[in-house]
Design a protein around this ligand. Sequence first.
Ligand SMILES: [Zn+2]
Length: 102
Amino acid sequence: MELKQGVKPLGITTEIILAVLIASEVYKSFEVDFVVTSITDGKHSQQHSLHYSGNAFDIRIKNIPDKKMIDEIFLEIRRRLTNDYQVVLEPTHIHIEYQPAF
Ligand SMILES: [Zn+2]
């Protein structure tokens, strides 16, 4: 596991740490390096992005060899997390956020 230079973990929630661990295991099972590219740092599209409260993180996908494997990794991460997590496949990264329904 690796943090991209500039990533700020200040304020990350325990719920997100757990998801980071699970997603890391998925990448490891595919023998792909796991690089976190954003936690509470950076500029995010939605004004009230869950990144700013430590409830979201992004993972690099450009190091995954092909589109099919990207889809498989994305689906496996989603399968292993509960419905309180939203896993979104963006053009440049996988975004994971924690937002329980109740
Ligand atoms: Zn994100």
